[in-house]
Ligand binder design. Structure first.
Ligand code: SF4
Length: 357
């Protein structure tokens, strides 16, 4: 009984804070807790900042308003809507997920946690976020922000997600093992935890003075909230060389389809050089950072007939804008912009020479 009163007070403070401080993000439209919208929002948020995800969300939903519309689309149409967001594998998995929903679930999302977790691209976190936010089930969804928040609240140096889920469920609902104790608004509470972790319990200088859970927090009581969780040793990003072939035909460049797996699955890009390719003329290279890799990009100018027959020829200016019907990865877009800028400089130089002649 004491625990029930305690958790009720924690819930009350958390919900009041959320009512007052939640950011007005487009997927938070009142009354619009549709599971497909939660799925799209959570997929966007997996590797993209909330502000950028918030811009892409209405655009994506306008083009693919439900799983049936998304399932019927072609790969390149989905990738085109994902343009500029990176981590294109997410888009392809979301597309596959829609196809599975249409094939196995009548075009709607199941409300069962195990069935949600079995969907392509839906992991432990996303399944719990959908179950809580769209179906009102009492689950805690642990993303990076909630992991940090949970570690601090519970005083865990090296937290495991399952321990955090259980600990936060106990704090919010009083009994980790029995979701029937969730008597009020689990959808808002789960989202409130995510929001609190993202905006208040930040990695550096958490705003403990403004935190609704301060009185329940081990890390705040210790006086050193940033000490939780213990910092992990990060491996420096691996350096990797990427040799790209630049073949030009008039205003167009050759693009090849990248393999159907890996980081650029399904996208188009400048063909990659291999040992069988002829040596080309080296162009200016650059470094391109990915989350765990540092790509040393080495472009080589080659003659048009030297690239594989299955390439497509796309205007360089369109590649620089993202590729249109042939969406390209950020690294290819960057190379296209660099080539375009070099073309413009050359054209300026020639007109200056003509003018001075
Ligand atoms: S009191 Fe501080 S450390 Fe604890 S959860 Fe709130 S913001 Fe995080």
């Amino acid at each position: 009984m004491v625990l029930r009163r305690y958790t009720a007070a924690v819930r009350e403070r958390l919900l009041s804070w959320f009512d007052a401080h939640a950011r007005p993000l487009p997927w938070r439209t009142p009354g619009a807790r549709d599971p497909y919208r939660v799925l799209v929002a959570e997929t966007l948020l997996q590797q993209t900042q909330a502000a950028r995800a918030g811009e892409a969300f209405p655009r994506f939903l306008a083009r693919f308003p439900d799983p049936t519309a998304l399932a019927a689309a072609r790969d390149h149409e989905v990738l085109a809507q994902w343009q500029g967001l990176g981590y294109y594998q997410r888009a392809l998995r979301l597309h596959r997920c829609a196809q599975v929903l249409v094939r196995d679930h009548g075009g709607t999302l199941p409300d069962d946690l195990a069935a949600l977790e079995a969907l392509p691209g839906v992991g432990r976190y996303t399944a719990r976020a959908i179950a809580a936010q769209a179906f009102g089930q009492a689950h805690v969804a642990v993303d990076a922000n909630v992991r940090r928040l949970g570690a601090r609240l519970l005083g865990l140096a090296q937290p495991e997600d399952r321990v955090i889920e259980a600990g936060l469920a106990t704090l919010l609902w009083g009994d980790a093992s029995d979701s029937r104790h969730a008597d009020r608004l689990p959808d808002h509470m789960t989202e409130a935890l995510i929001e609190l972790g993202a905006t208040c319990c930040t990695p550096r200088r958490p705003a403990c003075h403004a935190c609704p859970l301060r009185r329940a927090c081990h890390a705040a009581a210790s006086g050193e909230p940033e000490a939780f969780p213990a910092p992990r040793r990060r491996r420096p990003p691996r350096r990797e060389q990427l040799r790209l072939l630049v073949a030009r035909r008039g205003a167009a460049v050759a693009l090849a389809r990248r393999p159907g797996h890996g980081r650029w699955a399904g996208l188009w890009g400048f063909p990659q050089a291999n040992d069988a390719n002829p040596v080309g003329r080296p162009l200016a290279g650059f470094e391109h950072g990915l989350s765990h890799r540092n790509l040393q990009v080495r472009p080589l100018l080659v003659r048009a007939e030297r690239v594989p027959a299955e390439v497509v020829w796309v205007p360089l200016s369109r590649v620089a804008e993202g590729g249109g019907e042939h969406p390209v990865a950020a690294v290819d877009q960057r190379l296209a912009r660099q080539l375009l800028a070099a073309d413009e400089r050359r054209a300026e130089r020639s007109s200056a020479l003509v003018g001075s002649a």
